[in-house]
Design a protein around this ligand. Structure first.
Ligand code: FAD
Length: 394
């Protein structure tokens, strides 16, 4: 393959100087595109509408592998921690290329309980994390209020997780767009990819309304829409569905100070450096519907208010609904498919902002050097193939 950033040939039949085509300009597609472009590859990223305005825009930006790990979820924990470890380097290099700083907020996370049942549940969660050797601390309600005086006086107990961080996901998306372009990549907005093209069993381009574009390889990073791309055999499409999340932005005034991420039963509050507090989020199986509903908003406000009563007086700045790309097992789908030249980077569900650096490093290394770090080994595209069909192609 020739990785010249000069894209001179648009005929899918000719293999010379074709770019990597990325379908989807959310945080995942943009980050992969930027990493490839910064290494001199020719890159073309396509988005259905304005890039970065899908789930990546709606997200709260928590980078929380320790808070999120479930009892059967240790594979996710290693991946999430690795991605969080990569974040400082990722943001440093992004700053070099984009010329803007996206700050990693390391104030830490407090998971609070509000009654006796919550305390019992949190105790089990805390013991599990201690058993895994994770840096967490059990707190009484009083100790929790010493760390974060704005949490409810009803707070019965808490887990303090200093190593779960957060980032401004909207600033991240904008910086990635700038860095991609400055490194020589091309971003085509309002240009949906209709289908992946192939010749003799390998991917060689994409089809859009404006025509066909030749590609050395294609990455599907179209979030919850990844299953809708044409040209891929049905049984090989990534099993991804939309999981709706409604989320509210509150605005804190100058006198109000909530520095830490607060996670409470059925709600979380994520304060951003610019005065926004993100209160989220519902989790609904509603297909591609993004209607804002009274019930979800009522419930979020109520649960947020139970956790931090003083939000009562804050202005509501925005309410949006985003669609998380949920895979069948809720884990990401990242890596080489059984079709030559076709890669998947999708299914990041609730953790796409957290998993952006790991995904971008992995997919760019796979494409440019054929090298895998191994962190995505349990999360490859072939795990969903029916037994005995691991070599299925065109
Ligand atoms: C309410 C909510 C809160 C969240 N909070 C967090 C959090 O705190 N931490 C965290 O780590 N994650 C969080 N997430 C999850 C995270 O937002 C997602 O996992 C992540 O944004 C997925 O990124 P993506 O690029 O795969 O998808 P998206 O951002 O949805 O991008 C996919 C893009 O593909 C484009 N596209 C679709 N079809 C086509 C096509 N045919 N051709 C071209 N382009 C196409 C779309 O227009 C879109 O821009 C949250 C999600 C939601 C909804």
């Amino acid at each position: 393959m020739d990785w010249s950033p000069e894209v001179t040939e648009r005929n899918p039949g000719d293999s010379a100087q074709r770019p990597v085509c990325i379908v989807g300009g959310g945080v995942i597609g943009l980050a992969i595109g930027w990493r490839l472009a910064r290494k001199g590859a020719a890159v073309e990223v396509f988005d259905l509408s304005t890039a970065g305005r899908g789930a990546s825009w709606a997200a709260a930006g928590m980078l929380a592998p320790l808070s999120e790990v479930g009892f059967e979820d240790e594979g996710f924990l290693s991946l999430g921690r690795e991605s969080l470890r990569l974040y400082p380097q990722f943001l440093e290099e992004l700053k070099e290329d984009a010329g803007v700083e996206v700050r990693l907020d390391t104030q830490g996370t407090l998971i609070i309980g509000l009654d006796r049942d919550d305390a019992e549940r949190l105790r089990r969660l805390c013991e599990f994390r201690e058993h895994l050797g994770l840096p967490v601390k059990w707190l009484s309600g009083t100790e929790a209020r010493e760390i974060e005086p704005l949490v409810s006086p009803r707070t019965s107990s808490a887990i303090w997780i200093p190593d779960d961080h957060q980032v401004d996901n909207r600033a991240l998306v904008e910086a990635l767009k700038t860095a991609l372009r400055k490194c020589g990549g091309t971003l085509h907005e309002n240009r949906p990819v209709e289908a992946v093209l192939n010749e003799e069993g390998r991917v060689n381009g994409v089809k859009t309304e404006e025509g066909e574009i030749g590609a050395a390889c294609v990455v599907i990073a179209a979030g919850c829409w990844s299953k809708q791309i044409g040209g891929i055999p049905k049984e090989l499409l990534p099993p991804v569905r939309p999981v709706k999340g409604q989320i509210i932005t509150l605005r804190q005034d100058k006198l109000y100070s909530l520095p830490h991420v607060i996670r409470a039963p059925d709600a979380y509050l994520v304060p951003k450096g610019d005065g926004r507090i993100i209160l989220g989020a519902s989790e609904e199986e509603m297909g591609f519907d993004t209607t804002i509903t009274a019930g979800a908003v009522y419930r979020l406000l109520e649960r947020g208010w139970w956790a931090v009563p003083s939000i009562y007086d804050l202005e509501i700045q925005e309410i949006v609904a985003g669609l998380r790309p949920g895979s069948r097992d809720h884990d990401p789908i990242v890596g080489k498919t059984t079709i030559e030249g076709l890669y998947y980077a999708t299914g990041h569900y609730r953790h796409g902002i957290l998993l952006t650096p790991a995904t971008a490093f992995e997919v760019s290394d796979l494409i440019l050097e054929g090298r895998s770090s191994g962190v995505f080994a349990p999360f490859g595209p072939t795990r969903f193939l029916p037994a005995g069909e691991s070599a299925v192609g065109w």
